[in-house]
Structure formats: C-alpha cells, structure tokens
Design a protein. Structure first.
Length: 248
C-alpha cells in the first residue's frame, strides 16, 4: 500500500480521530461552519472535510442548514450533553450558582478539568466566540484545578500554583474588553476549589465581575461567598463517601 493510499483511506482509528477533530472545531461557539472552514481548521482537503461532515450529519452529531449548507452541532450532541449534565448532577448545582450570582452581582461558573483545559460546565451564559474551554494555566479556575490535581493527575510545578494552594484560591485580572458588562471594562475573577475527601479539586467555582463591582475592598466578601457555595456543592455533587467531613 502506498503512502498516498494510506492518506486517502485512513484506518478506523484515524477516521474516528478526524471525526472528533471536526466536532472540536465548534468549540469556540462561533457561527456555523462551511466545509471550506472545516478544511482550513483541520488542514484537510475540502472533499475530505465535506465527507466527514456529511457522515456526522447522518449520525445526528452535526446538522446542515439547507439554505447556507453550513454546519452546526446536531441533536445527538445536545442529547449526550444533557445526559452528561444530569449524570454528573450538575442540574443540582444550577440553583446554587444562580443564587450566588444574584447575591454577588457577578457571573458564577463551575468548571472541571478535561485534559489540558478547564471546561465550564455550569453557570453563566457563554459569550459568542468565547467557547467553554481555556488552557489550564491561563485562567483562575484552571490554576485551581492544577493546584489540587486529581488522583490520576500529576501535580503541576510552579511557584504560582504553590501560592494558589497556600491562599486557597486563585485570582485573575483580564484585559479590557469593549462591551463587557455594558461598557469597556476588564474583568476580575476569583476561583476556589470544590474538594473531595482526598483533597482533590473535582471542580473549580469562580466569580467574574467588573473591577468596579468586585473591588479590592470587597474581595474578601466575594471570596467568602464563593467558599460557602463551594462547600454546598461538595454536598450536592459528591457521593457521601467522597465528601470531606464537616468542620466544627
């Protein structure tokens, strides 16, 4: 078999990998994608991208707009996402996060670790073109997940993460983004861990707000609110045997 034939006829594992890469192309919550868009993002011929997309349409993982011929995530993805949301108990976290947001005037999010990324799984709305995932070290929730790694994860080196663990939280100051919170402001984020009995961060809980809302003078109050919510989520999201014992 020639190299060219290998490229034209991928193995089963390669075909699955390519199909997953097509689905991952929609992570940024942007507009629908054409076959040409997928081709550019994946570095594949347009014909290959089109064939993969059509296969995923047939399985319900993508759907195609009949007017524009562009693709978006399909009903099978919605179904699986909703099932996973409930299997993890995240529907139980939603009221707590909504109450925390109402009390503080901030956006309350819950994130978990997925490989090298922190993925927001519950909480506030997803801004267009933002997506739900961020590299772990680039955000406060990600650094929390790194500072209290799971049992199957390696502790990440770094003085900054040692400081996060010593402080019990991570802080992040974003750049100014025009239009955020109704004007041209940056955002300030505080993140705390949702810990299990073994001391691993199952989730990271974060509060995001403009600096005019989350002021330096009120930072301790915001942190206390986040920690109280994280303790409530330990009870809601973890089985009894995996929860930390109550403090006196």
């Amino acid at each position: 078999m020639t190299e060219a034939t290998t490229v034209r006829t991928p193995t089963g594992a390669q075909a699955v990998q390519r199909a997953l890469e097509v689905l991952h192309s929609f992570h940024d919550n942007g507009p629908d994608l054409s076959a040409s868009d997928l081709s550019r993002r994946l570095g594949l011929p347009v014909s290959t991208a089109h064939r993969l997309a059509r296969t995923l349409v047939g399985a319900g993982f993508l759907e195609q707009d009949v007017r524009t011929a562009r693709y978006r995530l399909g009903p099978a993805m919605t179904e699986l996402g909703r099932l996973s949301y409930h299997q993890r108990g995240l529907h139980l976290a939603a009221p707590e996060l909504a109450d925390l947001a109402a009390r503080t005037g901030a956006v309350a999010d819950l994130a978990l670790r997925s490989g090298p990324h922190a993925v927001i799984v519950a909480g506030g709305p997803v801004p267009p073109m933002a997506g739900l995932r961020r590299p772990l070290r680039s955000t406060a929730p990600g650094r929390v997940l790194l500072a209290w790694p799971g049992s199957d994860e390696h502790a990440a080196p770094g003085e900054e993460l040692a400081d996060v663990r010593a402080d019990g939280f991570a802080r992040e100051e974003s750049e100014t983004v025009p239009g955020a919170y109704g004007a041209a402001y940056g955002t300030r984020t505080l993140a705390v861990p949702v810990l299990d009995r073994a001391g691993h961060a199952r989730f990271a809980l974060s509060l995001r707000a403009a600096p005019s809302v989350m002021t330096d003078e009120r930072a301790a109050w915001f942190l206390a609110q986040a920690r109280a919510c994280a303790q409530a989520l330990e009870i809601l999201l973890l089985p009894p045997a995996e929860r930390r014992p109550p403090t006196a």
